[in-house]
Design a protein around this ligand. Structure first.
Ligand SMILES: Nc1nc2c([nH]c(=O)n2[C@H]2C[C@H](O)[C@@H](COP(=O)(O)OP(=O)(O)OP(=O)(O)O)O2)c(=O)[nH]1
Length: 186
């Protein structure tokens, strides 16, 4: 392990990681806020299955990060964001399971069109026939956020999103445990 002082230009002086050579992959994450509530989705399949989370995913080639975030929100819960508020970037490294670092661009949305519905993604092979539900959206009061059924990092950064803060953060995982983390608030 070596001291990790530079995550793509960000300083995380107190955080250690195994390697600086890993590539990062771009993701987005949106937390929808309304009064004292946040909208979360229960992931029903794939990476992070059975966890509550915000809405997001990989940025596709040719689209901007913001457009990717808006697309994922609409695909996963049916809401159309009118404007996004950027909180910062979350970096996730897992010592055990992957050779890449997640670079997650984190937004919140309070201004949107539509009502949250269960998301439906059409399976490529069986288009028009089979509908695969990816996430079940649900509103939670900010006092009742189900941190025990979320990624372990979320209890550290989600309260900052609720408070409207700007920050970058780095989390070092071993499997599903946070070994070390740094949060830099602006
Ligand atoms: N790796 C990781 N991701 C986290 C943590 N906390 C958290 O909210 N996330 C978010 C960031 C991403 O938006 C999401 C993980 O990606 P995803 O589940 O959308 O990935 P995916 O492969 O399904 O992507 P896609 O098919 O929808 O494009 O989880 C965490 O602690 N670790």
């Amino acid at each position: 392990m070596q001291k990790y002082s530079d995550v793509r230009g960000m300083n995380f002086f107190n955080t250690t990681i195994a390697s600086k050579r890993k590539k990062s992959k771009l993701f987005t994450l949106i937390i929808v806020k309304k009064n004292e509530n946040v909208l979360l989705g229960l992931k029903k399949r794939g990476f992070g299955v059975h966890k509550w989370n915000g809405f997001g995913g990989k940025v596709e080639s040719g689209e901007s990060i913001q457009d990717g975030a808006i697309r994922e929100l609409q695909e996963e819960c049916g809401l159309i964001a009118n404007s996004l508020y950027k909180h910062g970037i979350l970096w996730f490294e897992n010592l055990e399971t992957t050779d890449m670092i997640f670079e997650v661009h984190l937004f919140s949305v309070s201004d949107y069109k539509g009502e949250a519905t269960e998301s439906e993604e059409i399976n490529d092979l069986l288009k028009m026939i089979i509908f695969v539900i990816e996430m079940i959206p649900k509103w939670f009061n900010i006092k009742d956020i189900p941190f025990q059924n979320m990624w372990p990092s979320n209890k550290y950064w989600l309260p900052l999103v609720i408070e409207g803060k700007k920050f970058d953060a780095f989390f070092l995982y071993k499997n599903e445990h946070v070994l070390d983390f740094t949060i830099n608030e602006y």
